[in-house]
Design a protein around this ligand. Structure first.
Ligand SMILES: [Zn+2]
Ligand SMILES: [Zn+2]
Length: 273
């Protein structure tokens, strides 16, 4: 879509329109999650709250303002990819038949694995003091994040975060549909990670298959502590390298046990004889 916008309106207007669309999509996803969990059904979902307190409005405004800048940076990277594509450097292909549907679907999963690995190492590096101060401190202002924190980055961190896309399109044959599916998955998972409520069922973190996926509790603990749980989608690198919080599973189960208490039948009132 970005390519069409640039071809139709030129680089500057194409960038401005793309920034608007990136922000609008983030606002639609984060806004929906915020409306459901923080406004309309806040009390009903209180049992699934990871940190029981709620952040102040000033912190939420901070998250939204930084996400607005991030949208501009992400759209700028889109323009750069367009220019690289025009110059013949990218491996973006437009005809599905060129590699087939099976390749397109597999390439989506491969993208999530490449991004997960890139994110883990880049994120761990950003937690080293000199990098943290300059790049990553803004994101950690949200020590009790809301869905609006999903794109709340310092502009320099936003560049590092989105740099994975040019790296991919320069090296892997990729169809725009796989890129759209990947960015939608990425945004959805990111909002889930910053939701502040745990929605996955009890036993999820111990299940032989699902334990390899991260949860909202996982990233929430990263925001409240900073020195553990660096992963994005999969609980692979944290598990392999021992950087999961030692009490990650216990914290997850504690949150879920509140749900159990809530759904337990209320004790019958005894009628004095
Ligand atoms: Zn975060
Ligand atoms: Zn971090």
């Amino acid at each position: 879509m970005l390519f069409t916008l640039i071809e139709k309106f030129g680089i500057l207007s194409g960038w401005a329109l793309s920034s608007f669309f990136v922000f609008a999509r983030y606002a639609a996803f984060a806004g929906l999650a915020f409306t459901v969990f923080y406004i309309f059904w806040r009390k009903q979902f209180q049992y699934a709250r990871i940190q029981l307190r709620f952040p102040k409005a000033t912190k939420i405004r901070f998250e939204i303002m930084h996400s607005l800048v991030t949208a501009g940076v992400f759209a700028g990277m889109g323009v750069l990819i367009y220019l690289l594509h025009q110059a013949g450097y990218t491996r973006i292909y437009r005809e599905v038949a060129q590699f087939g549907w099976a390749y397109l679907i597999i390439s989506f999963f491969v993208l999530t694995i490449i991004h997960d690995t890139y994110f883990y190492w880049m994120h761990r590096l950003m937690h080293h003091p000199p990098f943290f101060k300059v790049l990553h401190r803004v994101h950690h202002v949200s020590n009790n994040p809301t869905p609006w924190a999903a794109l709340s980055f310092h502009p320099l961190e936003a560049i590092v975060e989105i740099a994975i896309i040019p790296l991919i399109v320069l090296t892997v044959p990729i169809h725009p549909l796989a890129l759209i599916a990947f960015s939608t998955w990425s945004l959805s998972f990111n909002i889930l990670g910053h939701l502040g409520f745990e929605l996955f069922p009890e036993g999820f973190v111990k299940h032989p298959f699902w334990k390899w996926f991260n949860t909202s509790t996982h990233h929430n603990m990263h925001h409240s502590r900073s020195n553990c749980n660096y992963g994005l989608y999969y609980n692979f690198w944290d598990r392999m390298l021992g950087t999961n919080a030692p009490d990650y599973e216990q914290t997850f189960e504690e949150v879920k046990s509140r749900a159990e208490i809530r759904s337990a039948p209320k004790p019958q009132k005894t009628i004095p004889i």
